[in-house]
Design a protein. Structure first.
Ligand SMILES: *Cc1c(COP(=O)(O)O)cnc(C)c1O
Length: 374
């Protein structure tokens, strides 16, 4: 069965006369627990909730592609999910290998907490599988591909093979791709982790994240971390997440197709440089992306002359909502260097294509670029 069909089927409840066909949110702190609680499916909501069970079932189906058993755990944000892996795997003296261009907050978390507690941090860029040279004696290899916002790609399967030979666990931050498009666990990764506030939820209204694993012992570690640290996803958000997940295939297909056409258009403009999108044949790792991803994704980036020009462009583009983050149903964009943290030019713009009609997006981008000449 195709992923898309399985995903939609996984959002249905068991067919029982007169009951809703999709599950609603279950609001509870304690559950009825009478006498010996050992057989009770649910006892206290910091440990489990039926709405998580529904969402995690759908996530596991996507992550494993119906081919392997997967355990998924939802968290209240992508960072909470990332922290669960760092915290349950790394101990003082261990070596962690991160991309030097990894998501900024992940690098900050490692630097401000974990290295201070004795974790040794090694970093190399995503491009050219450069992290592979730093694996000796490492406990954890962290990958993020395509990297954000500069769209560098690494070979997940090749790096997993190399890491496992060195006795190193591998985690892939899959936020930009989603497990519909790229399946780290089927390429050998031990952990697939994501911020699902992006394409996975897609409506810019919730934060959540998840960790998925195949190994039962690693699953137990992640579950224990969540139960004991106590940062959990509310049932309302879990329900919204499940509802949004059903349209992921439609949204990702449309936004990826739109991103491709926008990238091709931007390449024709003399006032735009460095159009970065894995779907373009000019991208250095286009072939690898085509092999490893089902979609090239919603996110692309390009560079305008300077900060002032980029700001003027964003102000003139009526269909680009200026906001950070990506993966929304509407097109969003921002001048990345306004935050610091990423090594990008002052005029570097990250764009996340939405699901609008692409002709409208392209004519809007064209008119906004034309205002820069004046
Ligand atoms: C957004 C993002 C995160 C952090 O997720 P939050 O849900 O904001 O905590 C981590 N990694 C990547 C690649 C992201 O884009």
């Amino acid at each position: 069965m195709d992923d898309v069909t399985r995903l939609l089927q996984s959002t249905l409840t068991e067919a029982k006369q007169g009951t809703p066909i999709h599950a609603g949110p279950v609001f509870a702190s304690p559950f009825h627990a009478i006498g010996d609680p050992s057989g009770a499916e649910y006892t206290y909501a910091r440990a489990h909730n039926p709405t998580w069970t529904e969402l995690e079932g759908a996530l596991s189906g996507l992550e494993g592609g119906g081919q392997v058993e997967v355990h998924s755990f939802v968290f209240p944000s992508g960072m909470a999910a990332i922290a669960a892996i760092f915290g349950s795997v790394l101990r003082p003296g261990d070596v962690a290998v991160l991309p030097s261009n990894a998501y900024y907050a992940a690098r900050q978390l490692m630097k401000h907490y974990f290295t201070e507690m004795g974790i040794v941090l090694r970093m190399a860029p995503t491009a050219n599988n450069a992290q592979g040279a730093l694996l000796e004696g490492a406990t954890l290899l962290w990958l993020e591909t395509p990297s954000n916002p500069t769209m560098e790609i690494c070979d997940i399967a090749a790096l997993c093979e190399q890491a496992h030979k060195a006795g190193t666990l591998v985690a892939v931050d899959n936020s930009t791709q989603t497990p519909l498009s790229q399946k780290p666990l089927l390429m050998g990764a031990d952990f697939s982790v994501a911020s699902d506030a992006k394409s996975m939820s897609g409506h810019s209204d919730i934060l959540y994240g998840h960790v998925a694993v195949r190994d039962a012992a690693l699953a137990e570690k992640i579950q224990m971390w969540r139960r004991l640290m106590g940062g959990i996803l509310g049932p309302m958000e879990a329900w919204l997440a499940l509802r949004s997940l059903a349209t992921l295939p439609l949204r990702l297909e449309r936004s990826s197709a739109n991103a491709m056409k926008i990238a091709e258009f931007l390449q024709t403009r003399k006032d735009v440089t460095d159009v970065l999108y894995p779907g373009l044949e000019s991208h250095p790792d286009h072939a690898l992306a085509a092999r490893q991803q089902k979609y090239f994704g919603a996110v692309l980036s390009f560079t305008l002359r300077d900060a002032k020009t980029a700001n003027k462009f964003l102000a003139a583009a009526k269909l680009i909502t200026e906001a950070t983050s990506f993966g929304s149903v509407v097109t969003t964009g921002e001048r990345r260097a306004r935050w610091g943290g990423d090594v990008v030019a002052p005029g570097f713009v990250r764009l996340s294509a939405g699901c609008e009609m692409v002709e409208d997006l392209i004519s809007d981008i064209a008119q906004a670029l034309d205002t820069l000449k004046r």
